[in-house]
Design a protein. Structure first.
Length: 291
């Protein structure tokens, strides 16, 4: 080792020894504590309270509340709404995503904004819009009444409200997946003689299946948990036009708190199932990206 190298080595060593130790920052700890405290106040404690109230008198009364005719009717109606709205929005979302991701056309940004409309307006306002269109004094009201067709305060109005609020999820999840997927494999399939339908089923759909499933899961959760828009157009008639979220509100107002909390537990479990499925799909997507 030369003299200059020794001097350089010794100066570096002295610098390291004289360097003051870094102080531990408490900022990350404080931010984590604030985030956990906020989530506890907004989500965790209210959710735990729902389960505590539902099982406060034991499992027997909880199960008994789930056998009442009003509850069973509301549960059936909620499932039926989801069975209609989810397939409709799945087909619409696929068509919209395909048109937006695969084609450039005038008004493309406007179509995206319209798809996002349910995210930006209140569900109550959406229900009011349906009343102003299909109600007795609405734009189409006289025509519907002349043909003895009832939309508002009936099941068709609830379907329209549910479909409207859950419309964007499939399209919004599939569009970026389609854009990332690209056109190379589709064009190769067409070169080999596949038609449009065969290309979609055998090439495109397998490539976007996890994004599509993610969108369907979110659509179903929103459809089954919707309250605002459905409450405006349904009339909230027990055993007729009362979905499960409306049953929770009505039972609580009637001082049937055990029944209200029992139904709320089912909706909370639906949210848990949605989160679990969401995590599974995200993991599958990450594994696919790594592969």
């Amino acid at each position: 080792m030369t003299i200059s190298e020794r001097k350089l080595h010794s100066s570096g060593t002295n610098t390291d020894k004289t360097k003051p130790p870094q102080k531990k920052s408490w900022v990350p700890t404080i931010l984590i504590f604030v985030a956990i405290a906020y989530l506890a106040l907004i989500q965790y404690i209210p959710a735990i309270n729902v389960f505590v109230q539902a099982f406060s008198k034991g499992v027997g009364p909880f199960l008994e509340n789930l056998t009442h005719s009003d509850f069973l009717s509301a549960a059936r109606l909620t499932v039926l709404l989801a069975l209609i709205a989810v397939p409709l929005n799945t087909v619409f979302g696929l068509c919209a995503a395909w048109a937006i991701a695969r084609h450039k056309f005038p008004g493309r940004a406007l179509v995206l904004s319209i798809i996002d409309l349910p995210f930006s307006i209140s569900p109550v306002v959406a229900g009011l819009m349906l009343v102003l269109l299909y109600g007795r004094n609405g734009w189409f009201g006289p025509l519907l009444e002349a043909n003895d067709i009832r939309i508002i305060f009936a099941f068709p109005g609830m379907v329209l409200a549910t479909a409207f609020v859950s419309m964007p999820f499939v399209a919004r999840e599939v569009i970026p997946v389609l854009e990332e997927f690209g056109k190379d494999q589709e064009e190769a399939a067409k070169t080999l003689g596949a038609n449009e339908w065969q290309t979609f089923w055998r090439v495109t759909l397998p490539g976007i299946r996890w994004g599509l499933l993610y969108g369907v899961i979110l659509t179903n959760a929103r459809a089954m948990g919707e309250f605002g828009a459905v409450s405006v157009v349904s009339g909230n008639i027990a055993n007729k036009t009362q979905s499960l979220p409306l049953f929770v509100e009505d039972a609580y107002k009637q001082y049937e708190t055990e029944a209200a909390f029992s139904a709320a537990v089912l909706l909370a479990l639906l949210a848990v199932v949605t989160l679990v499925l969401k995590e599974i799909v995200e993991r599958k997507t990450r594994i696919k990206d790594v592969d």
